[in-house]
Design a protein. Structure first.
Length: 190
């Protein structure tokens, strides 16, 4: 019998000062049996960093949602779709291979990867030249100590606050506070 995903609930109060976006998000995260708390929380971080795109790209006429991720390799970890069904933003977490990133760039207006884990630098050195021509692709690294600290916030029912200011994010939940600054490894042309 196959193992089922574990359901996590999160109330996220988000203050994105950089983009003037302030909202409360009620979220359900299905954690795949092979997914770690660290990876799940990086997905939540990706949502916090990109929620402003609901207004910025789509003037509020869109859906930002978690995709099937690990359950379906053809589905992103997080996506933003506008009211026409067009995928405006495709977000991957971890260390995806070149071919899925190429496909994602064909399906979406923009693709963002949030790499984490101590092996992320090795992964990026092997991939950077191969994806340099993908002009829709951005790659960010979440420092390993930060992603591990985020994992400590994971609970089946979470009350979290996130503040985005000057490119840095502060997550707090209960008595834990995690401050992190993603590092840009590749940007998409303006």
């Amino acid at each position: 019998m196959a193992l089922k995903s574990t359901i996590y609930k999160a109330q996220l109060s988000l203050a994105d000062i950089d983009h003037g976006y302030y909202a409360d998000h009620t979220l359900t995260l299905a954690r795949h049996p092979s997914e770690t708390d660290e990876r799940m929380m990086v997905r939540l971080l990706a949502l916090a960093l990109n929620a402003h795109q609901l207004q910025t790209l789509c003037q509020g006429d869109a859906t930002l949602a978690f995709g099937a991720g690990l359950s379906d390799p053809n589905d992103p970890d997080l996506w933003l779709k506008d009211f026409t069904g067009a995928t405006r933003l495709w977000i991957e977490v971890g260390q995806p291979e070149e071919k899925p990133l190429q496909k994602a760039c064909q399906k979406a207006d923009a693709v963002i990867v949030y790499a984490f884990h101590h092996a992320a630098e090795v992964w990026w050195r092997g991939l950077a030249d191969k994806v340099a021509r993908l002009d829709k692709l951005q790659v960010w690294q979440v420092p390993s100590e930060s992603s591990q600290a985020l994992a400590r916030l994971a609970e089946r029912s979470m009350q979290l606050q996130a503040t985005v200011q000057e490119g840095a994010v502060t997550f707090s939940g209960g008595s834990e506070v995690v401050h992190l600054e993603p590092v840009c490894w590749k940007t998409a042309p303006a």
